[in-house]
Design a protein around this ligand. Sequence first.
Ligand SMILES: C[S@@+](CC[C@H](N)C(=O)[O-])C[C@H]1O[C@@H](n2cnc3c(N)ncnc32)[C@H](O)[C@@H]1O
Length: 327
Amino acid sequence: MAEPQTFLEAILVRVAGFCAGQKMKTLAVCRGAAASRMVRSVANLEIQAIVDILDLSENTTATSLNVDPSYRAVLIGADNSTTMLKVLALCGNYKTANIPVLAVDGWPVPIDARHFAAEAKVSGEISVPGMFDVAAGYCRHGVTGDIFEFGTFQGFTLQCAYHAFNHRGNLGTRRFIAFDSFAGIIGTKKGEGFFDGAFAASEASFRFANFLAQVPDDRVVVIKGPYSETLRDREKDTRAALGPTSAAIVHIDCDVEEPAKMALDFVTPYAKQGTLLMFDEYDMQCADNSKGERAALRAWLQENPTFEVEPYRAYHLGARSFILHKR
Ligand SMILES: C[S@@+](CC[C@H](N)C(=O)[O-])C[C@H]1O[C@@H](n2cnc3c(N)ncnc32)[C@H](O)[C@@H]1O
């Protein structure tokens, strides 16, 4: 097999190796320019025998795909998140059949330290991987504890967090705790710019992405379910399952106010002086304080006057981080 030249090719090499080992194939479902990239990459790597490509640019009428059980995984290539969500929905039967479905182009998996570092170096703004690098560096100064992530989808940010702590030599005993229903957003209100069900993935896809990204299973704790259950109705069970812990980083990426507030409420006993709060959608909706993750943080601060926040880095497109202070 030829040496991978791009991020996508690096992922394909790992997928192809894995599928070949299991004597199975992978289906790549792509659209637009991503389809041409996939065809080119598969040809460059000479893995046509392992990867079948379904180019949706040539067939826009399909509404769902029938499951072919000879595929071990389904890879998605799409150039923007709207198209990616559509293709993801089209592959719903595969998810139901517990076959990993993973967006790999346009929504990449940080496959190893070299690719993570290349992604982290985006000029002009701090990228998402770059922010996790900053966060892991910040935590070296005595901020102990686990990484709590509310909103995991396929695990891109959790994988970034793992690689960041790993390459800063500061993993210690940290765990990466993923809170997600894997059923997409739940709790969207009118005017929040999202819709319920968006970003539906599956635990199988998340775990497969972690495997590709070389995130060890024993670092990851999955708390699966809607937050109304895992953080509210079954809160005690969740706390018991986590055991004693504290939060080094709380990454809120569940997009809208209701789940973000539930996440902050749940994490309160684990929050401490120095915990880094990261909000992926902080400046969405014209930075309106009454909406989204902003509204959740404001309400939480009002209810918890022993805490205050100090603005830290802004990053990516409207994401922000804060250092938590305990009075
Ligand atoms: C934008 S995605 C997260 C993206 C992810 N951090 C990444 O790196 O790709 C939002 C996630 O929040 C989850 N989510 C939203 N509302 C939820 C709720 N009420 N309960 C559980 N999970 C929820 C969705 O299932 C989805 O996976």
